[in-house]
Design a binder for this molecule. Sequence first.
Ligand code: G4P
Length: 535
Amino acid sequence: MDGSLPIAKDAVTPEWMRRRTFAIIAHPDAGKTTLTERLLVAGGALRMAGQVKARGERRRTQSDWMEVEQKRGISITSSVMTFEAGETTFNLLDTPGHQDFSEDTYRTLTAVDSAVMVIDAAKGIESQTLKLLEVCRLRDVPITVFINKVDREARDPFSLLDEIGETLALDLSPVTWALGSGTQFQGCWDMVGNRLIRPQGESGTADGGRSFESLDDPAIEKLVDPSVLEQAREEVALSEAAYPPVDGQSYRDGHLSPVVFGSALKDFCVPELLNLLSRLAPPPRTQPAAPAPVQPDEDRVSGFVFKVQANMDPNHRDRIAFTRLCSGKFTRGMKLKQSRTGKPLAVQNPIFFFARERELAEEAFAGDIIGIPNHGTLRVGDTLYEGTETRFTGIPDFAPEILRKVRLDDPLKAKQLNRALHDLAEEGVTQIFFPRSGSGTVVGVVGQLQLDVLLSRLSAEYGVTAGFDPAPCETVRWVSSDDQKAMADFLKKYPARIADDRDGDPVYLAPSAWDLGRVTDDWTKLSFAKTKERG
Ligand code: G4P
């Protein structure tokens, strides 16, 4: 393959160069869980398929730890799975596929260097795929496409490629090709390694593959049904003429997406995908930060918190800050400075996450994700660093689309509620706003499902039963201005529509979109922002 990267475990290749930190993104049901499972098996992190998700009555992955998500059968929280394959250390970040959690997904995608997009071969691009693509594009995350379920009836490969190419607005480069589909499925052709991978046994899972001169090799005629082979030969020739060969540099620069046709369930082209990621996917990239971007080869340690999860283990009421390292060599016990508070933090018990267990992280490098147990000191968006003051950027809060007032069933629990809302706001499960009028706290979420999660966690983890009432506003905006007088006039004019967010920054509670439009037009010296940078 062209543009391969050095990944040898030797003294010359820096550790960070061997890291591949990526996420799998997909519309629900496209096969993300199955592919995750297969990748872990291929990487030797799981001995048998079927362990990531107990199929049947209940869907679970390692990340499915909450009652509400088990009930709904969807994956809500992001988690991390680290595994090694060959010389490469992979950090696979799980992203919630459900549309209600786009904010969480967005933050997870700030912590990866590339993404694998799983597409159902019968369905093509679906609504959630589109949204996730937009996020990847915002962050310039290079994408590999895995067209899944080729063992089933699939759409015409060229129509799929056309659709994907148009949507991504990138060059595509198919690296494997399916021979037939559905009942006619006869295997896959590895266009880079010139290997034929065929179904074996009753289960029809992939064999180890066999090398040939080319797909035109007459020996293949004994192995594949003539009509399927004839069509595949035509298609592969057409594909090679129509699409550029895969080029690592162009892919890492975000100009080209390699496309793998395969089947996660039957294990077709999963090892090929892993190999491609290992050889071509970007190692840790330069991260946007103030005052200057941080390079992965800098000696000083730096990283940022992209996710906080509380109570992962009900036996230990712990809170884990998932931290993406961006430079340097981290060692356990190290003291790092926290950007938001300026205070030093001794990282005594950092954790690595594997498919089935956690382990103390003695050392870690740029690209690695460590979990830092803490009691609420670390928030999403926080930067941890050595040396020059640094703050990673591009990890925003989004103006919530759903706003509610919290109604307590037992008024004596007001204190617990307050504490719980602060905790959950730090995790990013909800946002909280305190109206200056003194009326009850307003919570804001991006999706309806988050409200259910909120109630369920209030009750399960804090013993607070609560419900929701309509909020006095339809949307919120962070208000700021360089003109202090204009700002003061505004705050004075609308005392009942101003609230403070959890950092004490003012927000405008807009009763309607129309009102917001009017206020924005009238107060030109003010900025009404839809997002707010964290950290
Ligand atoms: P998700 O995490 O993206 O939501 O998808 P998941 O892996 O759960 O897969 C959704 C369904 O698609 C599952 O079937 C799964 O077995 C099936 N599937 C995934 N990859 C392939 C593939 O390559 N080929 C075929 N034929 N099927 C595939 P299900 O019946 O909904 O669930 P289950 O009862 O098998 O768990």
